[in-house]
Each structure stands twice: as C-alpha cells, then as structure tokens.
Design a binder for this molecule. Structure first.
Ligand code: GDP
Ligand code: ZN
Length: 384
C-alpha cells in the first residue's frame, strides 16, 4: 500500500521542547492522563521527531491510540518490533507512545514507548522467563472482593503483592455490603473482616459498598482524581462490571466501552480498554486483568509481608528452612505470637508460587511430573 505524504499528529508545544522546561500539556492529552512526569521522562529525540498518543486498546498486534479526541488504528514500526528484546519493550494498553499518523489519520505508526510510571504484568504460562503485560501507567488499583462469599484474605494478599510489585497504589473495595448488613450476624462479621484486612494491609484504604446504593457509588467516585488512571481487579462475579457501570452511568458505558472504532477507509471493530470518565479520571479494563492468576513476585512479597521477610534476614543461615535450624528467627517469633500463623502460611504459599513462577519451563515440567507421581502414589496408598 502506498503511503501519502507523511503527516504527523498535531504537535503540542511539548514536542518542540528542547529543555526540561515545564510547559502545560495540551488539554486533550491531559484528559488522557498526560502530565509533567511523562514530560520530564520523555526521550527528547523521539519527542522532536514524533507526536505523542496513548494506547487505548491492544488486540494481538493491532493497537488503537488516541490523543484525547481521536482514535487511530496503529502498528509498530519495524525498528520497534524487531529491536525489542522482551515484551517489556513493546506497548501495552495505557502506554504513552511516540507515534505519527498517516493517510489522513486513517492509521498510525508507533515508533517508541515512553517511560512508564507503573507496569502491571503477569508471568506468561508455559514460557521461559517471559511475562505478559496487562496495562501500563495505572496510578491506583481497586481490589474488589465481595463480602458475602468471595472474601478471602490470602487472595487479597496475592493481589496486594502484585499491585505493590507494580508500583501501583492499592485501594480495597468490599462489594455487596447490602447482602451482609441485612442479616444480624452481618455487622459482627463485617467488623471481623475489617480487622483481618487491617492486619495484612494497615496503610491501605478499605471501603465497603453496594452497587445498589447510590451514596456508596458517589463516595467511590469521589476517590477518583481527574487525570489519574485506575483499574478494577478481582475475581469474576464480585461486581466490577456493575461498579464500572455505576461510575459511568449505564448508557455511557454501553456506548463508550463497546463502541466500534471506525477509522476512515477501514472497517474495524475493537473494544476500548481505556475509558475516560466525564469527571476526568481514566479507567483501564484490559482482558488481561480478568485473568490475573499467575504471579510474578519479587519485592512485592517483601513489601506485603515485611515483618516476616525482615525476620528472615535475621536467620543465621541464609538458606534457613525455618523448621528446625539453630539461630532461626522465624520459629521463636511464631512461638511468641509475634507473627500470626495464618499470615505465615499465606507467605509460604505465595513464596512457593513465586519461586515456582521463576523456574524455567523445563524445571517446572519436572516439578509437575514429580507432583503428579506424588499425587498418584498418595491416592494408591489411600486405596490400600
Ligand atoms: P464482575 O464479574 O466482577 O464484573 O461482576 P458483575 O458486576 O458482573 O456482578 C456479578 C453479579 O453480582 C451480578 O448478578 C450483579 O447483579 C451482582 N452484583 C453486583 N454488585 C452487587 C451488589 O453490590 N450487591 C448485590 N446484592 N449484588 C451485586
Ligand atoms: Zn529461619
């Protein structure tokens, strides 16, 4: 296909800057969350050569980018695609990119990814050390669990670990409060739940809410700051879609999130993964968020279980198994009740999972086989 003469995106004053001088970004970019942080961290050569846009959806190798008032189908430049060492080097939803539009804005080419404030990623299943990007530049993640059946402190910790690991600020939302307050046990149970959450996440904001309660929804809406990006994480069925609907107002959600993006000359149907609320806040909702299962943990574990990991540093042996070693710092702390056994168990579970995720594929298969054999053996023994 022959390209028309190159036409870059409308240039904002930013793109012509040669110094780190503060200049207000153009309002449409700002509406999508562009701020002085990106301005300061941008690559000046790329800025001088290209426009800026945010990735609002990714579908395999097809990207949709926007500058706030437009949506253009984009692909990666050859240099970006073939020069990438890992998936980390490629754009994901929420990324700010250097890009130019061609052919009367019917399509665009992405030349580079701007530095990221945060990155939400997960370990890709069955690959060596690869991970899958879920979304970039999310400021705050709402972890949603329902008070009636889904609430699970270990799962909550798992989400907090992942969020801490990503550099994102967590907020805990407990949904379906209407279902627990109605029975008499409800309030006591609720208090107990809050206590358990405070024990694992003392500095995280916790809110109980019902999607059926308008006052609750507006309280949550007030937590949203214009220009910041948010996401909703949690198991399916806990009420994330309902909350998103409530925040958007039903009609808007239907028209916005499921709207077809049709660029001139080409018919394409894509669902948006980045939604700008009227209030100015931005919500990211990518398919990857719905399947957050694998965990890629490094310092996230340390942050979430700091009292435990701090103690482990004090064990005499660096490979202490905390079972019978002399000079172990964990055993006496467990005995004295300084660490709760429940929390220690969760830590061990997550640590095992994290270690497992960091094994190579062949090592994993080996482990799986051993585990398979062990299970078979156990079943056999039971049958005897
Ligand atoms: P998602 O899978 O997390 O997006 O959950 P949905 O928003 O699709 O909700 C799952 C189910 O829970 C639906 O049947 C909703 O009507 C229901 N639901 C959502 N929020 C509430 C709530 O606050 N209270 C009650 N009682 N039901 C809710
Ligand atoms: Zn120890």
């Amino acid at each position: 296909m022959k390209l028309n003469a190159l036409r870059t995106f409308k240039r904002s004053p930013i793109t012509r800057l040669n110094s780190h001088e503060e200049v207000r970004p153009i309002p449409t970019l700002e509406r999508l969350g562009y701020d002085s942080w990106f301005q300061r961290h941008a690559d000046e050569k790329q800025l001088a050569a290209h426009g800026i846009a945010r990735v609002i959806a990714v579908h395999k190798d097809r990207y949709v980018i926007s500058q706030g008032d437009n949506e253009i189908i984009a692909e990666l430049s050859g240099n970006l695609l073939y020069g990438a060492d890992s998936p980390m080097d490629l754009p994901t939803t929420g990324d700010w990119v250097y890009a130019d539009a061609y052919d009367d804005d019917t399509h665009a080419i992405i030349y580079g990814v701007m530095p990221r404030k945060t990155l939400l990623k997960r370990k890709a299943v069955g690959k060596l050390v690869e991970f899958q990007l879920i979304a970039a530049n999310i400021d705050t993640a709402f972890v949603v669990q329902s008070l009636n059946e889904n609430f699970n402190i270990a799962r909550l910790e798992r989400y907090l670990v992942m969020i801490n690991e990503s550099g994102i600020e967590p907020v805990i939302l407990l949904s379906k409060s209407d279902l627990v307050v109605e029975n008499k046990m409800g309030n006591e149970e609720h208090e107990d739940t809050l206590k358990r959450i405070r024990a694992v996440a003392p500095n995280v904001l916790v809110m109980a809410f019902s999607n059926l309660n308008d006052a609750h929804i507006s309280e949550i809406a007030q937590l949203l700051t214009p220009g910041l990006s948010y996401c909703l994480l949690g198991s399916s069925g806990v009420g994330k879609t309902s909350l998103l609907n409530s925040l958007l107002g039903h009609e808007k959600f239907e028209t916005k999130a499921v709207s077809n993006i049709q660029s001139k000359g080409r018919h394409t149907t894509t669902s948006r993964q980045l939604i700008a609320l009227e209030s100015g806040a931005i919500i990211l909702d990518t398919p990857g968020m719905r399947e957050l299962g694998g965990l890629f943990v490094d310092h996230g574990l340390d942050e979430t279980f700091s009292e435990i990991t701090d103690l482990i540093q004090q064990c005499r042996f660096s490979d202490c198994s905390h079972t019978n070693e002399k000079g172990c710092a964990i055993l006496p702390a467990l005995e004295a009740g300084a660490i709760s056994p429940e929390r220690y168990q969760n830590f061990q579970k997550l640590k095992k999972e994290s270690d497992f995720n960091q094994l190579s594929y062949s090592e994993k298969r080996q482990k799986d086989k051993q585990l398979g054999k062990l299970i078979k053996r156990t079943i056999k023994n039971k049958r005897r």
